[in-house]
Design a binder for this molecule. Structure first.
Ligand SMILES: C[S@@+](CC[C@H](N)C(=O)[O-])C[C@H]1O[C@@H](n2cnc3c(N)ncnc32)[C@H](O)[C@@H]1O
Length: 276
């Protein structure tokens, strides 16, 4: 699949989401757009691409961008970042926030919610260290359908068995006819909100910890730099940023710097930190 309609589609997706599609991804594009073409009553993906170029309603534009995003996620993904959160990130923050007695955590590009619920489990398990504190976990994604799933907090057997210990599953989930529902305690702790990383972070406030994992890999270098700059602006001067295991800022941005020995953990660069 090549030609002006395909090029137009790639530009549409990049402009709206930052996701980079190349000619080599034609097979992926075709397989993800085929169900959308069928649902639109069109005979082929090519016909859908033409419709997208020559005039399509906003809802269809959003739908095709959404299906091109990868929503893969699981509880306590890669384990390390969550270990770092409880062992290296939260203890000094808790010591530093004794006067305010509040913590703000942002899961940017949270997909189906496993990441913010994992964070909520950790915070609740550390409750004895922060009794009565105001805890705010903001979870955002550009995709409205995936946010609806996240907010519902309902997972199938496969999803609930990925990354969760038996103890955590028993403590935090209830069996329902359609799957496993996250407990009301955790659901009340997480606020889900649509947000596109290309639109900056102004208006979201300042965070002590930002998770932005497994999304920068899909962006080009300029977009990564722009997003990292925005994330740094959203971080408290002593805040922490956690990126995915395949993501690095080296050669991309000096807005944040790696914490030696703690892979995937970053702090605002000295001299660039947001003024409190
Ligand atoms: C692979 S998932 C990562 C989920 C989670 N952070 C994790 O590591 O398990 C990537 C998510 O990024 C979202 N996404 C892609 N581009 C985005 C953008 N420009 N703004 C906000 N979210 C975006 C997608 O909708 C998708 O849910």
């Amino acid at each position: 699949m090549t030609g002006p309609d395909y090029d137009h589609f790639c530009q549409l997706v990049r402009r709206r989401s930052g996701l980079v599609l190349t000619p080599e991804k034609a097979y992926l594009v075709s397989s993800r757009l085929a169900p959308v073409a069928r649902a639109e009553g069109l005979g082929s993906v090519e016909a859908l691409l033409t419709k997208l170029r020559t005039g399509a309603p906003e809802a269809l534009l959003q739908r095709v961008v959404d299906v091109m995003a990868t929503h893969e996620s699981y509880f306590f993904r890669d384990a390390g970042p969550f270990e770092q959160l409880s062992v290296s990130v939260l203890p000094p923050l808790i010591a530093a926030r004794q006067a305010q007695r509040s913590l703000r955590i942002w899961c940017a590009a949270c997909s189906s919610g496993q990441e913010p619920y994992s964070v909520a489990m950790i915070l609740t398990e550390m409750r004895h260290l922060i009794p009565g504190w105001k805890l705010d976990i903001l979870a955002t994604d550009m995709s409205a359908p995936i946010l609806r799933k996240a907010e519902a907090g309902l997972y199938n057997d496969f999803e609930v068995n990925r990354g969760l210990s038996e103890e955590r599953r028993a403590r935090w989930f209830r069996r329902e006819p359609d799957g496993w529902r996250v407990s009301p305690t955790l659901r009340q702790m997480v606020r889900f909100q649509p947000h596109n990383l290309l639109q900056g972070s102004a208006g979201l406030g300042v965070f002590d910890v930002v998770f932005c994992r497994n999304v920068l890999i899909y962006f080009d270098v300029d977009t990564k730099r722009q997003v990292l700059d925005q994330l740094r602006r959203a971080l408290a001067p002593d805040g922490s940023l956690l990126l995915g295991s395949a993501e690095t800022v080296l050669g991309v941005s000096d807005a944040v710097e790696p914490v030696p020995g703690l892979r995937g953990l970053y702090r605002p660069a000295r001299g660039l930190a947001r003024s409190a």
